[in-house]
Design a protein. Structure first.
Length: 186
């Protein structure tokens, strides 16, 4: 059975986007980028909400991004190679290869996918992850905590519910970013 891993970058005060919906403050650190790439390579499938999918699709639709650095090229290759499932009621067709659209998040279907998957499944997007948290489907949380406070915006973790977590690992990057890995207590 594969683990469902929620991985995200967050500000020290817990936001993935600022109050204007921007996230241009995310790290440009090659070591953090390499960690994200390694995680992507461990996954067989990515689950995305529409907004995050549209944001991430540039790794396939804008080839110039891969030309920025060897780390960017490796990330782009890993992203393109991984199967993607996008949960959206408004998208009619994917803009990238190896991608399918699902209209609704079905916890029973996700359980079946996890049971049959040979590789990890990554879930991205705070709203989609909140649905997975509510259905008790998340097996691991990986927070890349950035050393800055943005003062408001979109929370990276679900609000209105309690999830008890156990720290299983931590890593500090030279840039000051800290990776915190947790498992939900069952």
């Amino acid at each position: 059975m594969a683990d469902l891993i929620y991985a995200t970058n967050v500000s020290l005060d817990g936001y993935i986007e600022d109050a204007d919906g921007r996230f241009d403050w995310l790290p440009g650190d090659d070591d953090v980028f390499a960690a994200h790439t390694a995680l992507m390579r461990s996954a067989g499938t990515l689950f995305y909400g529409r907004h995050l999918y549209e944001t991430m699709s540039v790794w396939e639709t804008e080839p110039s991004l891969a030309g920025r650095s060897p780390a960017a090229a490796e990330f782009a290759a890993a992203w393109r190679a991984t199967a993607k499932v996008v949960y959206s009621t408004s998208l009619t067709a994917p803009s990238t290869a190896n991608t399918r659209i699902e209209r609704a998040f079905d916890p029973d279907r996700i359980r079946a996918l996890k049971a049959g998957a040979g590789r990890e499944i990554l879930i991205g997007g705070a709203d989609l992850a909140a649905q997975a948290f509510a259905a008790r489907l998340i097996d691991e949380v990986q927070l890349y905590v950035l050393p800055l406070v943005i003062g408001g915006g979109k929370p990276g973790l679900p609000t209105g519910m309690r999830v008890d977590l156990e720290l299983i690992d931590q890593r500090r990057f030279d840039s000051g970013v800290v990776l915190l890995r947790y498992r939900p207590r069952r």
